[in-house]
Design a protein around this ligand. Sequence first.
Ligand SMILES: Nc1ncnc2c1ncn2[C@@H]1O[C@H](COP(=O)(O)OP(=O)(O)OP(=O)(O)O)[C@@H](O)[C@H]1O
Length: 248
Amino acid sequence: MTFLHVDRVTFHYPQRPPVVDGVDWRMQEGEIHCLLGRSGCGKTTLLKLAAGLLTPQSGRIVLRGGELAAPGPQVGFMFQSPTLLDWHSALSNVLLPVSLQHKPVARDEQRALQLLDQLGLVECAERYPRELSGGQQSRVALARALVLEPPLLLLDEPFAALDAITRAELQDDLLRACRERGTTVLFVTHDINEAVYVGDRIALMHAGRIVDDIAIALPRPRTQAMRDGAVFNDYCARVRASMDGTNA
Ligand SMILES: Nc1ncnc2c1ncn2[C@@H]1O[C@H](COP(=O)(O)OP(=O)(O)OP(=O)(O)O)[C@@H](O)[C@H]1O
């Protein structure tokens, strides 16, 4: 069964032309898909539709066979800014999605600490966001997105504000964490290199439509050394040429 089906979805904001225009897209369980495109082409809107935060005017979002009508614990999010609560420790920021459901119990705390440990942050559990670096804050946000073990994770340029080295580390952390949990991921980015590194497929979006669909057949797990290889760079060139085509 298709895990996520964006089924002929069209969406427009009031009094505007469609920003998502008849998109049909399927994801299988455990896959990582990147949505790549220029600013304003409709990526974030499509992500919000996939999350159930917006409702399409036509078409539907089908998650594991059921139509998605509203956001729920089956979907985790991470945005460009970590959006941590300054007055909560790293640990209680991670536990926030749990707190919205019930008072966290020892088992929840254990799971949150395990995630922080996996992301190299267990020592920082009691620190406040202002006491963490940008990369550490992004790791806390990633742990928070995963704490309820959502089968679907939606990421909107989550690492865009980070320096190149930290960004590469976070990409590896994300891939490891999602592989271990079998999480299916839809990842919005502007960055071709990032899309080729993390994605199994890349959907190229232009003016509200998916105009290209590129399978990335690099082996998993990805390693940073792959970035220097010819195959990786051929994929980047292929995606760039397709994006340049949308400019013509
Ligand atoms: N709430 C809104 N009301 C009206 N128009 C909106 C709203 N949100 C986005 N838009 C418009 O919809 C279009 C697509 O926006 P969207 O944020 O989905 O694009 P994007 O590809 O994610 O852009 P970026 O890469 O810059 O984040 C843009 O023209 C934008 O101005």
